[in-house]
Design a protein around this ligand. Structure first.
Ligand SMILES: [Zn+2]
Length: 72
């Protein structure tokens, strides 16, 4: 299993968060908006950096928070 993270920044609350690319693709495929996990804003912008340890850890908590979406 390849784990690639995409990094996003929220334009509203300025938090940064990451999504697993797999998760990102799935959301886009289902026409779900990508939303900020902190303020639920849809105004998020993709950033270029990836895979720092800190980001991986926040990805993990995001994944748990949104676990329902990932169940198939
Ligand atoms: Zn936000």
């Amino acid at each position: 299993m390849i784990e690639i993270y995409s990094s996003y920044g929220c334009k509203i609350c300025k938090h940064e968060f990451v999504l697993l690319s797999e998760q990102e693709q799935e959301q886009l495929k289902n026409n779900r908006y990508l939303v900020c996990p902190y303020c639920s804003s849809q105004k998020v912008i993709k950033q270029n950096k990836s895979d720092s340890l800190k980001e991986c850890m926040s990805a993990r908590s995001y994944k748990r928070e949104k676990g329902a979406i990932r169940q198939r």
